[in-house]
Design a protein around this ligand. Structure first.
Ligand SMILES: Nc1ncnc2c1ncn2[C@@H]1O[C@H](COP(=O)(O)OP(=O)(O)OP(=O)(O)O)[C@@H](O)[C@H]1O
Length: 291
């Protein structure tokens, strides 16, 4: 077992056949912090998390992580058994970790109390709301007091109130010293993490603290009512934001970007740079793409 506590994936490359899913990607996951991985569909988020858990072996690069039994993992599909009750789900996971008797009951009660599920011990998991299901999955992943917790889109599809509850649990876990790595598509969530890694098609576009990622936006983001080039614009409420690779031009209303702007601009920059001609990317982001 490694004694280091600055876990992470360092310069990791993963290929599935000819598909390069990760291209020399680094994600540091220090104890006591939440490290977020963001990116669109197929960006490589799950692959990177599964490298940390040992389920995917990189072609090259280095994984520094605790032993598998010291890692808690919550898959995107929650991993909860819907035909079992809340209590049975916890028992099943506990038995895999050889946690029994009073120790188990105390841990179970503590976690379910914190998750607001203590009164639902005998409810079949399939009859829980989406938010409750995710909180049960979180509790199962935490049962054995992991040193590193890996959460794959823990709040996707969860209602806003349950999202707040889940985030309280996640933050508390980090405060207590656990290293937390999570994938999320909610950029407001990423903004409250200690560090953010922006992935796009297997490549790291940006990484650092949320401020570093936001301030690292290449080019210029402006407010527009009608996008001059829909492929380089995204909707923000009633208006659009647009990006171009150069410095601000006369007459443009420059935006002070947030995480959403930063992530979209980084992806557009990568595509424009990849196309080599400075024009709009072929795949295009239509005006509804980033609502
Ligand atoms: N077992 C696999 N075999 C072949 N290709 C795979 C496999 N798993 C993932 N991929 C491909 O690798 C790339 C990265 O997938 P990954 O699931 O890591 O992305 P992601 O960011 O988690 O996206 P999503 O949220 O859509 O799952 C995608 O192009 C995906 O199609």
């Amino acid at each position: 077992m490694s004694q280091r506590e600055d876990w992470g994936a360092f310069g990791v490359t993963v290929a599935y056949g000819r598909k390069l899913a990760l291209d020399e990607v680094t994600l540091e996951v220090p104890a006591g912090q939440v490290a977020a991985v963001v990116g669109g569909d197929g960006a490589g988020k799950t692959t990177l998390l599964r490298c940390l858990t040992g389920a995917v072996r990189p072609r090259s690069g280095r994984i520094v992580a605790p032993s598998r039994k010291e890692i808690g993992f919550m898959p995107a599909a929650t991993g909860v058994w819907r035909d079992l009750t809340v209590a049975q789900n916890m028992e099943f996971v506990a038995s895999a970790h050889r946690i029994r008797g009073k120790e188990f009951r105390q841990r179970r009660d503590l976690l379910l109390e914190a998750a607001g599920l203590a009164h639902l011990l005998n409810r079949q998991a399939g009859h829980l709301s989406g938010g409750m299901l995710h909180k049960l999955a979180f509790s199962c992943a935490m049962l054995h007091r992991p040193r590193m917790l890996v959460l794959d889109e823990p709040s996707t599809g969860v209602d806003p109130v349950s999202r707040i509850d889940l985030w309280r649990l996640i933050s508390q876990t980090a405060v207590e010293g656990t290293a937390v790595a999570l994938a999320t598509t909610y950029l407001d969530e990423a903004e409250r993490c200690a560090t953010v890694l922006v992935l796009d098609d297997g490549r790291a576009l940006q990484s650092g603290t949320p401020d570093q990622v936001i301030n690292g936006v290449p080019g210029t983001i402006t407010v527009v009512r009608r996008p001059p080039d829909p492929a380089l614009a995204w909707r923000r409420g009633r208006i659009f934001h647009a990006w171009h690779p150069g410095p601000v031009r006369p007459g443009e209303e420059q935006v002070s970007p947030d995480m959403e702007d930063a992530v979209v601009a980084a992806a557009l920059h990568a595509r424009v740079a990849g196309s080599g001609n400075g024009s709009a990317p072929e795949s295009g982001h239509d005006e509804e793409a980033h609502q």
